[in-house]
Design a protein around this ligand. Structure first.
Ligand SMILES: N[C@@H](CCC(=O)N[C@@H](CS)C(=O)NCC(=O)O)C(=O)O
Length: 217
């Protein structure tokens, strides 16, 4: 059965692939699973019909037969468990890849989202610059630790996994901040992820929603 995901009808990031449907699209492309996309407006996301799929009135959601899922991490994990290519077969390596999935969403993403929210919503406040410096430092602490852990490896734990997929989509949210560029191995890591054919297909598809043009084949 072909799954259906939801994405923004009008992408607030202007097609830069920062909305969280990008993670799900990328995961589906990595495993070669075709999917459909239902675009939702901001208004529709808050209506009961969408909240029946997503209690917090957000995207992405994932529907397949009787199953409806929300939370991008849970959706990527579901896809990774059912298809080869995103989690290693070895039990210990698989557990470590899952730990990286949680690290991406639970340790690295929160300070990055706090920073983006401050830039988006608090620019006009008299204390904005002072607060931004604090938030930048918090992000730098995590980036420094992640950079040390990655070292000169290609991926977080040997082979590319769902942990890398989530981590790279999280790190991409720093675009334009200048922070990622301070860690050359992390910049190269993100670029390595973006160069994957599955990433490129997913990116082109989400961009087409914004440009209104079908992706170039
Ligand atoms: N933790 C959730 C976050 C979902 C989320 O924040 N979605 C954003 C788009 S990336 C959204 O729908 N924002 C609109 C809103 O919250 O009203 C996940 O990873 O799926």
């Amino acid at each position: 059965m072909t799954p259906t995901i939801t994405a923004f009808e009008r992408s607030p990031d202007r097609g830069r692939g920062l909305a969280r449907d990008m993670r799900v699209r990328w995961a589906l492309e990595e495993v070669g699973q075709p999917y459909k996309v239902r675009l939702v407006s901001f208004g529709a996301m808050k209506e009961p019909a969408h909240r029946a799929l997503h209690p917090f009135g957000q995207i992405p959601t994932y529907e397949e037969g009787d199953l409806a899922l929300f939370e991008s991490g849970a959706i990527v994990f579901y896809i990774a468990e059912r298809h080869a290519g995103l989690l290693p077969d070895d039990a210990n390596a698989r557990a470590r890849a899952i730990a990286w999935m949680f690290a991406a969403l639970n340790t690295i993403e929160p300070p990055i989202v706090d920073r983006s929210m401050a830039v988006l919503l608090e620019r006009d406040k008299s204390w904005h610059e002072e607060r931004l410096a604090i938030l930048d430092d918090r992000v730098r602490v995590r980036l420094g630790e992640l950079s040390t852990s990655l070292g000169d490896a290609d991926w977080l734990d040997n082979a590319f996994s769902a942990g890398d997929l989530l981590m790279i989509t999280v790190l991409r949210r720093l675009g334009g901040s200048g922070l990622l560029e301070q860690y050359s191995n992390l910049s190269a890591y993100v670029a390595r992820g973006e160069a994957r054919p599955a990433y490129q297909r997913a990116f082109a598809d989400q961009l087409a929603v914004f440009t209104g043009k079908p992706p170039a084949s």
